[in-house]
Design a protein around this ligand. Sequence first.
Ligand code: 7RM
Length: 651
Amino acid sequence: MSDKKEAGKLFPPTEELKKMSLVGGPEGYKKMYEESIRDPPAFWEKMSDNLDWFSKDWDSVFNWDKESGHFTWFKGGKLNVSYNCLDRHVLNGKKNQAAIIWEGDDPNETRVLTYGELLTEVEKFANVLKSKGVQKGDRVSVYLPMIPELAITLLACTRIGAIHSVVFSAFSAEALFNRIDDCASKLLVTTDGGYRGGKKVDIKGNANEALEKCPTVKDVIVVRRTGADVYMEEGRDTWWHDEMEKAPKKCEPEKMDAEDPLFILYTSGSTGKPKGVLHTTGGYLLQTQLSFQYVFNYRPGEVYWCTADVGWITGHSYIVYGPLSAGATTLMFEGVPNYPGLDRFWDVAEKWKVDIFYTAPTAVRMMRKTGEQWPKMHDLSSIRLLGSVGEPIDPEAWLWYHDVIGGGRCPIVDTWWQTETGSIMIAPLPGVTTLKPGCATNPMFGIEPLVCLEDRTVCKPGEDGRLFIKKPWPSQARTIWGDHQRYMDTYWNVIPGHYFTGDGGRMDADGDIWILGRVDDVISVAGHRIGAAEVEAAFLTHPAVAEAAVVPVPDEIKGEAIYTFVTLKDGYSESEDLRKALINQVRKEVGPIATPKTVQFTTGLPKTRSGKIMRRILRKIAGGGMHEDLGDVSTLAEPEVVDVLIKGRIL
Ligand code: 7RM
C-alpha cells in the first residue's frame, strides 16, 4: 500500500467557508463532536427535535442488549417518514418548491415535482398499495429504474408502514428472484422497460421470469415507461396509471414506532447469499437528515445532485430520505454520463444550476480519462461543493475533480459509509475540516472509529489496521433479514461490542482516517459491491464449469475489475466461445455490472488442505505477481499449481 499521506497537499477551509458552516467552523465542530461522544443518547435526544414526531414518549433514547446484539433508539416514539419528508414541508410554506427535479435519459425529457405534487402522488400510491391488501409490516419489492415513480413508491410504502426492498433495475431475473424470495414480498412494483443511453432496456421480461418462482407475490404494478409490448399476467399485473386514476387523494400517515422496520436492502457478503440489511424508522431518518445537512452544508434553495442509483444505499439515503427530510431540492437522473455526449453530467449541472454535486470515484476517473474538454464546454460556476462516495478516491482523481470540476474553489467531501451504517460515518465537513486528497478525515457526530490489528491491539498513528466503530448509532442496521446470527457474526462478534466494517483503515498523526478498502472477499466494481462468492456461484451454474475463483484486479476506471480462474469439467475443453458463454452466464445470473474482465482457464486452484481456495494468492497472481511475491505457499494442498497459474496468466 502506498503511503497516501505523502501525496499530501493540504486544503484548509477558507474564512468564507468557516462563516458559512452550519456547525460553527472548526471550533464549533470540535465542541459538538466531543459532546456527542461524551453522552451519545443525550446528544441524539437533543437532535431528535429535527424531526416531527407524533409522540416523543420513548422509554429510553438508547437501549442495548450486548449479548443478543439487539439495540433500539427512541423506541416508543411515534413518527412517519413520508410525513417528515413531505407534509411538514408543505405545511411550512414549501408546497411549491421543487422536491424532485427529474432529468430523463433523453435531455428533452424532464419533470419537476414540487413538495405539494409529490405529496399527492405519494398519498395516491399509498392508497393503491392499500387497495391491494398491503398492510403495515408487509414487504414490497421494487424493481424500477431512476424514474420519479421509484421515489413515489418508497415514500408511499413508508406512509402505510410497508417495508420496501429495492432491487437494482439492472440486476438479473435470478437476482430479483432471490431477493423477492428471501423476504417473501407480497407485491412488486416494476415497469415495462427503461431507457439507458438512448436504448430501451427490458425490465418486465426479467420480472416475469423471476415471478414464475415467486408464489408470495400476489400483485404487480407496472409503470408504463417505454410503451414496449410486454406480457401482463391476468389477475396479477395492473398498470400504475390505471390504478392511480382510481385512487383516493388523501391517505393519513401511519403512526410508526421509531423501531418499526423501514426497509430492507440486499448487499453482497462473503458468501453466495446476499444479506438483507434491515433499517428501522426513527434513527435512520434522523441521522440521514442530519448528515445530509452537515456534510453538504445544505442551505435552503440549493439544488443538490447525487448521481447514484436508488437501487443502492447511497440513493436511498442521499437522493430520497436525507434530502427530502431536510426539505431540499434533489435531482434525480435517469441517464448515463456519456449520452448523448461525453459532457452530459455538465450539461445537466449547468441546466439546473446545481450547487452540490455528489458522485463516485469511478465516475471521476472516467471523466478524467475522457479529458477536460467536456466539462470546459459548460458553465459550472453554480457548483460550490463536491462529494465522493463508494470507494477510496485516489489523490490523482481527487485533485483533478477539485481543479477541473470544482474550479479549484469547491471543497470535496469524501464520505465513507456503508449499506449497514445507513448514513455517512466519516467525512470532512465544509468550513471545518482541512482536506487531504484521498482521505475521509473526521468521524461524524456520535461516531467513534477505532483501528485495530487482527489481535485486537489498537493501531498506532500511521499504522494500517482494520476499521471498527465503537457502539451502535441511530442509523445502524438492526439485523440481517431472517438471519440475526449472521448479523452478529459478521459485524459484532469479531470484537464483541464493536462494529466491524470489513474495511482496512489507518489513523494518521493528525487523527484523520484513511480508508484502505475491503479486507474480505468483496469486490468493488465501479463502487458496486460484488461478492466474489456470488460470481463464483454464477460460473458454477454453467455445465462446463468445475470450479471458479474470482478476485479483484486494479482497474484504471472502475477501481477494481473481476479476474476469474476457471477449471473445466472433464470432457470440456477451453475455447473462445466457451469463454464468451461463461461471461454471459455471469451477466445473466448476477447482472452486467458483474461482467468478468478476464477468464483464465486453469487445471487447478491453490487450496488449503481443508479445501479452502486461497484468494490471497490468486489476487497476487492476477495482479502480475511472480512466485517469490506470493509468500509462503507450502501450506497449499498442491503447491505446483501456482506456477501453472502464473504461466497461463492473462495480462
Ligand atoms: C455508501 C456505500 C460500502 C463499502 C465500504 C468501503 C467502500 C464507500 C468510501 C469507501 C473509501 C469512501 N455503501 N466505500 N465509501 N471506501 N472511501 N469514501 O458505498 O455498502 O455499497 O459499500 O464501499 O469499502 O465498506 S456500500
